[in-house]
Design a protein around this ligand. Structure first.
Ligand code: SAH
Length: 218
């Protein structure tokens, strides 16, 4: 059974404006992504002192040296996953939990891993409070994926890797899609879209981007 979790949020004018001016204006047209990002209360995912700039066109600090991704980047990465509902998704780098909420609205089951225990606990508490019940949380190193629940239809990595970690591609289902920022610079990377077709991996480059580093053993 496909069960899509849709949370009824109060009308969110700032989120609607953000979608119109930052996301639609830059060419994102996946209706699901636009609709969900017009609704999810991004201001709940940033620390109290940043609430007023939560819908700005930039990443923001969430403490522990980490950031909540820029709204456009969340939209682009989600659109590249081509979610139709029902997918099993692995997310590496829960961070604030904002991207997790967007995924939870559009896919079936989200397995999310966060290295920093305080961030993992904080995002879990908030996402549960908001009513999401299709997210499974883990605090720990996600650079090796989460083999116990593999294969995944989609994998989204929200931190920059030096190379595509092999354990992640091996946990990708046939026809599965992996979205990951990759680059050897600490400052700039390229967003890669990797699709598994049988034993083959097709890799395409999307845009240049800037993410915090993925702590990587693989
Ligand atoms: N999508 C999140 C992005 C958070 S930043 C948001 O918008 O809030 C990336 C996150 O990846 C950070 O919280 C960081 O702690 C986490 N991270 C880095 N390396 C990791 C690893 N090996 N395993 C799990 N999480 C990791």
């Amino acid at each position: 059974m496909i069960c899509i979790v849709k949370i009824a949020y109060p009308d969110n004018r700032q989120a609607k404006r953000m979608v119109r001016t930052q996301i639609q204006a830059r060419g994102i047209h996946d209706d699901g992504v636009l609709e969900v990002m017009s609704r999810v209360p991004r201001h709940r995912f940033v620390p109290g002192e940043s609430t007023f700039e939560a819908y700005g066109d930039f990443p923001l600090s969430i403490g522990h040296g980490q950031t909540i991704s820029q709204p456009y980047m969340v939209a682009l990465m989600t659109e590249e996953l081509h979610l139709r509902g029902g997918e099993r998704v692995l997310e590496i780098g829960t961070g604030s939990g904002y991207q997790t909420a967007v995924l939870a609205e559009l896919a079936g089951e989200i397995y999310t891993v966060e290295l920093i225990p305080e961030l993992s606990e904080r995002s879990q508490k908030l996402l549960e409070e908001l009513g999401y019940s299709n997210i499974i949380y883990r605090s720990g190193d996600g650079s090796l994926g989460w083999p116990e629940h593999a294969p995944y239809d989609r994998i989204l990595v929200a931190a920059a890797a030096v190379t595509v970690p092999r354990p992640l591609t091996s946990q990708l289902a046939d026809n599965g899609i992996l979205v990951i920022p990759v680059g050897d610079s600490r400052h700039y990377q390229t967003l890669l879209i990797v699709r598994r077709v049988g034993r083959r991996l097709d890799t395409r480059e999307s845009i240049g981007c800037r993410f915090v580093p993925l702590v990587q053993k693989a």
